[in-house]
Write a protein that binds this ligand. Structure first.
Ligand SMILES: [Zn+2]
Length: 279
């Protein structure tokens, strides 16, 4: 029903990897590379402290896991919402930084991510609605991580049960002669009609309140058309399927793709769970 990572793909996650100074994956294999051409030296909007940020020569946006709430795992590019913490204790957005110089080497410290447990504080102390929006979007994905872990375990168990059942029904019955002739044994390949279930999604009050606060920040849509997919997904995860459908109808044709089709299918089935998929 949905495109999902096969076990084979998930095993690749343990391949060697390199991360840049912000711990974002920059190198995965020869085919999947993001490279850096230098650094920008920037001043923060709160107190003018300087931080360096990488300037990318080439970008690779592939990720092994996509989720309908916008979270990407094992991604080659930063995929947070640009929220950072300043030395002065303030919170700012990467896009608010003022570039004051370019440099070959990072001669100022890296920007600092906001730890997940500090997000509620970043929300209450937000200087602008944009900072609050970024903090709440990160908090939304962070609070969904508990469900993500259940979902991965559930899917792994179901996929391996499907494979075991197939292997039991298709035993290796080759004769010695066939083995000598190198006839291949029966080999399992995941089928599109395999069982596909996932655990129930039961958001806590904290999750619901954050999602409602996000909708308050993002609605009406006139100023936030670039967030239409997120708005649709928030309505869906809150079980507001009619509103989710209305938002999907607002999407311009050029923005219709794998993610919007999947969200539309889930709205149609009245499903609220965040779902994992592959592009
Ligand atoms: Zn500061």
């Amino acid at each position: 029903m949905f495109q999902e990572g096969t076990t084979k793909v998930l095993q690749k996650l343990h391949a060697p990897e390199l991360r840049d100074q912000n711990h974002h994956l920059v190198y995965f294999s020869k085919e999947h590379m993001t490279s850096i051409t230098g650094y920008s030296i920037n001043a923060t909007p709160c107190c003018g402290k300087t931080y360096s940020t990488p300037r990318y020569r080439s970008m690779n946006f592939s990720a092994w896991e996509h989720w309908t709430d916008g979270y990407r795992d094992y991604s080659l590019m930063p995929n947070d919402h640009g929220l950072r913490k300043c030395e002065c204790g303030g919170y700012y957005l990467i896009k608010e930084l003022k570039t004051i110089a370019h440099a070959e080497k990072a001669n100022a410290p890296d920007t600092t991510d906001v730890p997940a447990e500090e997000l509620p504080k970043a929300i209450t102390q937000a200087r602008t609605p944009e900072v609050e929006l970024a903090a709440r979007l990160e908090y939304w994905q962070h609070l969904n991580h508990v469900y993500r872990a259940c979902y991965r375990n559930h899917r792994d168990a179901e996929m391996s049960a499907t494979q075991s059942a197939w292997e039991a029904a298709n035993p290796d019955t080759r004769t010695l002669w066939q083995k000598i002739r190198k006839i291949e044994p029966p080999k399992y390949t995941p089928q599109p009609n395999s069982p596909f279930t996932y655990p129930p999604f039961e958001p806590t009050d904290e999750q619901c309140n954050n999602m409602k606060a996000l909708l308050d920040l993002l609605l009406p849509i006139e100023k936030n058309r670039s967030y239409l997919l997120e708005i649709a997904e928030l309505h869906r995860e809150l079980g507001q399927f009619d509103k989710a459908f209305m938002m999907l109808q607002e999407l311009p044709e050029e923005d219709l793709g794998v993610t919007s089709q999947l969200i539309a299918k889930l709205v149609d089935k009245k499903e609220t769970a965040p779902i994992r998929y592959r592009m």
